[in-house]
Write a protein that binds this ligand. Structure first.
Ligand code: NAI
Length: 330
């Protein structure tokens, strides 16, 4: 198939080019993100491919239909940024990569938790500056402490196992408990209130829905232990950032580690080092010594990128050959 890839970075080009040796599609890599202004770059192609940071709206989909581009390939799991009603109306198939490497995300969650806990971000800079003092670097030992995992799907279960490996007591919360898994690793499901009250480390691994937006807020933070470590590698909308900042200022948290946060749109995946930051909340978060932010990079391992490339290119092949589209978003 002839596929126009929008919003590509060097790592996309590397892994898609390598994987395409097997599939032999014709790929055009484009730096700009897909938008109503850039969609015309896909003229003459059979499909467009975009990432999680791109909104695909009705106007773009209409343009695709008018130009005989009947396939939208998402090289990500999330699809909330696509106008699916319009896609259906224009009979454009939307295919995604439902899962690539839950281990990659869970390993990043624990890396962030530990970096924030042991103040590795501060220590790194101090030592580079010939400052070998230990002031401000005190952490907590995780062994014997309680980890609360919210959402026990593909990623949450990996994180639960990692926490077990640290010798932690693991408690879980999910509207659809996986008791077999809990028994297997010696963890237990508890109510969300109990999890918030009992955990020394809380890690979010549930999707963002209408019902759980701002789930971490003034009330839920007040239930947490003083000195808790909070980790979010799931979706920024799960946390009310203003309430989080109030909690950090009130010294509620030993550490906060965020790979995702509400205000990340317009920031993530771009080098803005010469740009004046508009979001004051992001700047405020960055100002705290016990907070670490990364830029939605939990998925970014060679293994995950390779798998994303394989499934995306295979989705295109299935479409081309008229086969069952198992990864279709309806
Ligand atoms: P999954 O669908 O396998 O598991 C999600 C689990 O959360 C399910 O068991 C579900 O029952 C549970 N759940 C739903 N609502 C809940 C609630 N209110 N409280 C507790 N549990 C709830 O999803 P997976 O693959 O484990 O992904 C988890 C999240 O990780 C995704 O929704 C996505 O937002 C995020 N993610 C982040 C990435 C990153 O690079 N930072 C990369 C990939 C995913």
């Amino acid at each position: 198939m002839r596929i126009a890839f929008f919003g590509t970075k060097d790592y996309d080009r590397k892994w898609f080019t390598k994987m395409n040796e097997i599939f032999n599609h014709e790929i055009k890599y484009l730096r700009p993100r897909l938008s109503n202004e850039t969609i015309s770059l896909a003229n003459g192609y059979d499909a467009v491919c975009t990432f999680v940071d791109t909104e695909v709206n009705r106007e773009t989909l209409k343009y695709m239909k008018e130009n005989n581009i009947n396939l939208l390939l998402l090289r990500c799991a999330g699809f909330n940024n696509v106008d699916l009603n319009a896609a259906k109306e224009y009979d454009i198939k939307v295919l995604r990569v439902p899962a690539y490497s839950p281990y990659a995300v869970a390993e990043h969650a624990m890396s962030l938790a530990m970096a924030a806990n042991r103040r590795i971000h501060k220590a790194y800079n101090k030592v580079r500056d010939n400052d070998y003092s230990l002031i401000g670097l005190d952490g907590v030992t995780l062994y014997g402490k309680t980890a609360g995992i919210i959402g026990t799907g593909k990623i949450g279960t990996c994180m639960a196992k990692i926490c077990k490996g640290f010798g932690m007591n693991v408690i879980l919360s999910d509207p659809y408990p996986n008791e077999a898994f809990a028994n297997e690793i010696g963890a237990k499901y508890v109510s969300i209130e109990e999890l918030l009250k009992e955990s020394d480390l809380i890690s979010l691994h549930c999707p963002l829905t209408k019902d759980n937006e701002d789930f971490i807020n003034k009330e839920t933070i007040s239930l947490m232990k003083d000195g808790v470590i909070l980790v979010n590698t799931s979706r920024g909308g799960l946390i009310n950032t203003e309430d989080l900042i109030d909690g950090i200022k009130a010294e509620k948290f030993h550490a906060v580690a965020l790979d995702v946060y509400k205000e990340e749109d317009g920031l993530v995946f771009d080098d803005l080092s010469n740009v004046i930051l508009e979001h004051t909340t992001t700047a405020r978060l960055l100002s705290f010594p016990n907070v670490i932010l990364t830029s939605h990079q939990a998925f970014l391992t060679n293994e995950a990128l390779s798998e994303i490339a394989r499934v995306t290119l295979d989705n295109a092949k299935m479409f081309e050959e008229g086969k069952d589209l198992i990864n279709e978003v309806k």
